[in-house]
Structure formats: C-alpha cells, structure tokens
Design a protein around this ligand. Sequence first.
Ligand code: ZN
Length: 119
Amino acid sequence: MKQQCEGTVYRPNNPMLHRTVPCTNPAKVQRGEKWYCGVHDPQKREERNQAFYARLDAEQKERERETRRKELLEELMQAAQAAVADAELFENDYEEEVMGVPPHLFAKLQDTLDRLEIL
Ligand SMILES: [Zn+2]
C-alpha cells in the first residue's frame, strides 16, 4: 500500500469543525517513523525557511548598503559644493591646489570617493 503524507493542510474556509485536514499527497520520504510528501517534509521545510531568512537578510543588507551610499554621496556633494565655494571665495589662488581644488577639500573628496568604492 502506498504511504500517505503525515502532514496537515490548513483549510480556513472548511465548513466542518476541523480546519486542518490530512494532506492527500502521496508520501515521498521517510523521516523517523513518519512519511511525508515534498511539501511537508520537515527537512525540506527547514531548508526553505533557511533560504527565506537568508534572502530577508540579504535584502536588509542591500538596503543598508544603499542608505550608506546615499549618505556618502550626500557628503560628496557637500564637499564638492564647499570646494567650489572656497575656490570662488579665494579666487583659486591656493599655493598648492590639486586639480583646481584646495588640498584639504580634495582630500575630503577623494576619501569619500574611496569609501563609496568599497561599498
Ligand atoms: Zn503532505
């Protein structure tokens, strides 16, 4: 005789008293004493859960990374604006400038760019 799955299926609209009914899928794997179909196999369910949480975790990390990138871009824009304002204020006559920008602001721009790169 063919083994029946030991799992149960939730039937919220079941007019009968019991809202969970036995799974009707044929069993495929044996775990301990019990048999399960592919849907209710505890091992497979565990793997699906793990994959689900791993995906949530990856999505969370990606959102954090995106937020950090936006913050750094904002910093970069402010440094760039400060560099332009500085250059206009001092009419670009720094003794040592790097690519037309005061050295301290150039360093700031470069630092922010470096941090963006590693994200
Ligand atoms: Zn089942």
